[in-house]
Each structure stands twice: as structure tokens, then as C-alpha cells.
Design a protein around this ligand. Structure first.
Ligand code: FEO
Length: 140
């Protein structure tokens, strides 16, 4: 296991923690596959997963930040939007080049960087602000 969600990453909202845990597991599957020389088979699955994930997960977090009048909302949302643009570029490369080595490496870089920089720092900052373990997230 190369990357794994740990309790210190909890934002105190069960739904968001579950989504983060799932993302770590999916990225870990890609890293494992790369270690076994099978990254090309796995990268398409990760991209397919991320297509739905960004809509669902970012929506949940953004509603929470709006509900709590989180002062860093716009900066946080800008990171979400940037990730979506990176994902769109990756999907274009995947469609035109297939699972070429550079596409696999880019997918690894983008996803691992996201875990380390966004979830570990930007998402945790939200948790620090709301400071409410077990907070409820408004359903739409
Ligand atoms: Fe968990 Fe801000 O993405």
C-alpha cells in the first residue's frame, strides 16, 4: 500500500471522510498497478471514477462551506476548479494517446499531489474552521 487515508486526515464529516478514503484507495490501486507494470490497465478506471467523484465530492464540500460561511470558500473552490481542469486535460490525452506512459505518469502526479496538497492541507483547513466532529451536511 503506497498511499492510505489515516485518521489524522479526518475533517469530522463522515460523508466527506468516506469519499476521501475512497479516493486514497483508488489512487493506491493505480500505484499498485504501476508497481506491477499494469498502470496502463488501471489509469482508465481511475479517470472514469474521478469523472463522477469531482461532481459528487466537490459538491458536498462546497455546500458545507457555503452553509458554514467559510471565509476561504473561493480559494478552496478555485483549487477544485483547477483539479477539474487538470482532469479534463488528462481525459483528452487519454482519449487521443490511450494509456501511454506519459498519461499514466501524469495521472499519478496529479492524483498524488492532490492527496498531499489539497486533502492534507486545504480540506483540513475547513475542518479546523468548522471544528465540529460529526457535522451534518445539508442534502440537496
Ligand atoms: Fe476533498 Fe476540497 O476536496
Amino acid at each position: 500500500m503506497a498511499v492510505a487515508w489515516t485518521e489524522d486526515l479526518s475533517v469530522g464529516v463522515a460523508e466527506i471522510d468516506a469519499q476521501h478514503r475512497e479516493l486514497f484507495a483508488r489512487v493506491d490501486m493505480l500505484l499498485d498497478a504501476c508497481n506491477q507494470g499494469k498502470g496502463k490497465q488501471e489509469v482508465g478506471r481511475l479517470l472514469g471514477f474521478l469523472e463522477d467523484y469531482v461532481l459528487t465530492h466537490f459538491g458536498v464540500e462546497e455546500r458545507l462551506m457555503i452553509d458554514r460561511a467559510y471565509p476561504g470558500f473561493h480559494e478552496h473552490k478555485a483549487e477544485h476548479d483547477y483539479f477539474i481542469s487538470q482532469l479534463n486535460q488528462l481525459k483528452l490525452k487519454f482519449r487521443s494517446n490511450g494509456a501511454a506512459v506519459n498519461v499514466v505518469l501524469l495521472a499519478v502526479n496529479v492524483s498524488v499531489s492532490w492527496l498531499q496538497n489539497h486533502i492534507r492541507k486545504t480540506d483540513k483547513a475547513v475542518a479546523g474552521f468548522i471544528g465540529t466532529a460529526g457535522a451534518e451536511v445539508r442534502q440537496v
